[in-house]
Design a protein around this ligand. Structure first.
Ligand code: NG6
Ligand code: CA
Length: 511
């Protein structure tokens, strides 16, 4: 496989220039004379390794996402920290392993803010270096203190952990409240029609998917049978706030507009934009422009919509002349899933498409397809385009960007500096990664090997998702380089490696 190195002349000179200007996290940012690169993370929701054509998909074309990969580095061993959303995003923003925090699991829409507001997060570290920081799109890291009044300021939230601004959905597109939050306030809320949210009981007289299935335009297959919003029943109950309720089909266009506007407004400053796409998470309701276009039903159409958004966004960056001074990362929060609770024919219409590519598992799983995801990094004229097998993870963004900006003396938690790998200079990357799956189950990747300890529980996700959990009564050991599909358990035939991996796993996860 073709592997890359940073263009030494341009990239090296640029970096040394950067380092001249920065010494400590607390230093006054206004004194800097060097130009710091803008940083953009575009994160899809539940997009699998094999869902993009540059990673081998043949049944679906994602030319715009591919362009980030072909214009930069296509990582084949790119990881998120967990195979579900909240813990993965938590790790990306904090640099902390999610399994060390028992509260880091898929959150309800009214859950309190998960991230400690005193921590030196990725956005806070960048803020300290003079960056303007924002999050647009899916949040799902909790808001408020556990007792949010959605009619008042919703706080603490992103602005308490290092973002200057936010335009977000609170949790997921299948969870209430189905409204956007604009810097702590429900957008377009009519004070005469207050909004109420509960995850315990319904509000009197309000229809639910369970009691009023005749009102639904999409049936459910698992859960999702509570409040009906836009003809779709969701998780959780809400009432009121009619003028603020989102239209699923317009969500992608809205987030795109907000992201473009943010870049326009901040083009002359260093900025960090975390652009969190909602596709292809359920319910999959892409705009009518994309309906039927993939031939694969709404999951495929949602991927085409996400790809289009990426294309429009990248065109906008280009138009503003920001290509060379912007690092763009495209990735996903966890592996793929087809039927995740709505009867949207994601399985029936899949045809020959393989969301996992060659991997095993998927969303929720301990197998590699849970956490090994699309991971592409583009920095025009600073990164030489190519491919890399280095192990890179979202967990390492904090330490890596701190290193790029020469920020010292901050608590990096579990985050390691792998900027050289991200820039293509180091072809190995992280040596050890304790990955997580649903229920805080963990395993260890170390070099070519993956160790999964024995776990109780079923082969498939208990509520009907047809993804393998990775649970087994036996210990599992795979050589992931030789056996990417994790078909050959080496635990019995390779006791020496098993022992070493197990001991190291226990050491890393104890206490
Ligand atoms: C599950 C939901 C699933 C999805 C997931 C979170 C049911 C039956 N399933 O509980 O649809 O919302 O949570 O997805 O309710 S994530 O990408 O945000 O982690
Ligand atoms: Ca997700």
């Amino acid at each position: 496989m073709n592997q890359t190195r940073i263009t030494n002349t341009i990239g090296g000179a640029f970096l040394s220039l950067l380092m001249l200007g920065t010494t400590s996290c607390k230093e006054d940012a206004s004194k800097k004379e060097v130009k710091k690169p803008n940083i953009i993370i575009i994160m899809a929701d539940d997009l699998g390794f094999g869902d993009v054509s540059c990673n081998g998909a043949t049944e679906i074309k994602t030319p715009n996402i591919d362009k980030i990969a072909t214009g930069g580095i296509r990582f084949t061993n790119g990881y998120c920290a967990s195979s579900t959303c909240t813990p993965a995003r938590y790790s990306m923003l904090t640099g902390a392993y999610p399994w060390k925090n028992k509260k880091a699991e898929v959150l309800a829409g009214n859950a309190p803010l998960l991230i400690d507001t005193t921590w030196n997060t990725l956005p806070r570290m960048l803020q300290s270096q003079g960056y303007k920081t924002t999050v647009i799109g899916k949040w799902h890291l909790g808001l408020g203190n556990g007792n949010v009044d959605w009619n008042k300021e919703v706080t603490p939230g992103p602005r308490a952990i290092g973002f200057d601004s936010e335009y977000i959905m609170a949790a997921t597109n299948d969870r209430v409240p189905c409204v956007y939050i604009n810097n702590g306030h429900v957008d377009n809320l009519d004070p005469n029609d207050p909004i109420q949210v509960s995850y315990k009981k319904n509000f009197e007289g309000e229809p639910t998917g369970k009691n009023n299935p005749e009102m639904l335009r999409m049936k459910t297959t698992q859960g999702h049978n509570q409040s009906i919003i836009n003809g779709i029943s969701r998780i959780g109950f809400m009432k009121g706030g009619k003028s603020a309720i989102w239209k699923d089909e317009d969500m992608a266009d809205l987030f795109l507009e907000k992201a473009k506007q943010y870049v326009t407004d901040h083009k002359d400053k260093p900025f960090f934009l975390y652009y969190a796409l909602h596709e292809p998470h359920v319910p999959r309701l892409p705009n009518s422009r994309f309906v039927g276009k993939s031939g694969m039903g709404s999951r495929g159409d949602a991927i085409l919509e996400a790809d289009w958004c990426v294309g429009e966004f990248m065109k906008h960056l280009h138009k503003l002349g920001l290509d060379e001074n912007t690092i763009v990362i495209f990735t996903s929060d966890n592996g793929p899933v087809t039927d995740d609770g709505y009867a949207d024919q994601a399985d029936e219409l899949l045809g020959n498409h393989k969301p996992l590519g060659p991997l095993r598992g998927g969303k929720y799983s301990l197998y590699d397809g849970g956490t090994r995801i699309p991971f592409f990094v583009k920095w025009t004229n600073h990164i030489k385009p190519g491919e890399s097998n280095a192990v890179v993870t979202q967990l390492d963004f904090l330490a890596s960007f701190a290193s790029l900006l020469n920020v010292k003396g901050i608590d990096l938690k579990d985050s390691e500096d792998h900027m050289d790998a991200i820039l293509g200079k180091d072809l190995k990357g992280r040596q050890e990664l304790v990955f997580e799956a649903l229920g805080h189950k963990t395993g260890l990747r170390q070099g070519d090997y993956i160790y999964i300890p024995p776990y109780k529980g079923g082969h498939y996700i208990s509520w009907g998702v047809m993804n393998e959990t990775g649970n087994s009564k036996e210990e599992q050991l795979y050589n992931i380089t030789d056996d990417i599909a994790q078909q050959k358990n080496l635990a019995e035939t390779n006791p020496a490696v098993l022992k070493k991996m197990k001991e190291r796993y226990q050491e890393l996860t104890k206490g």
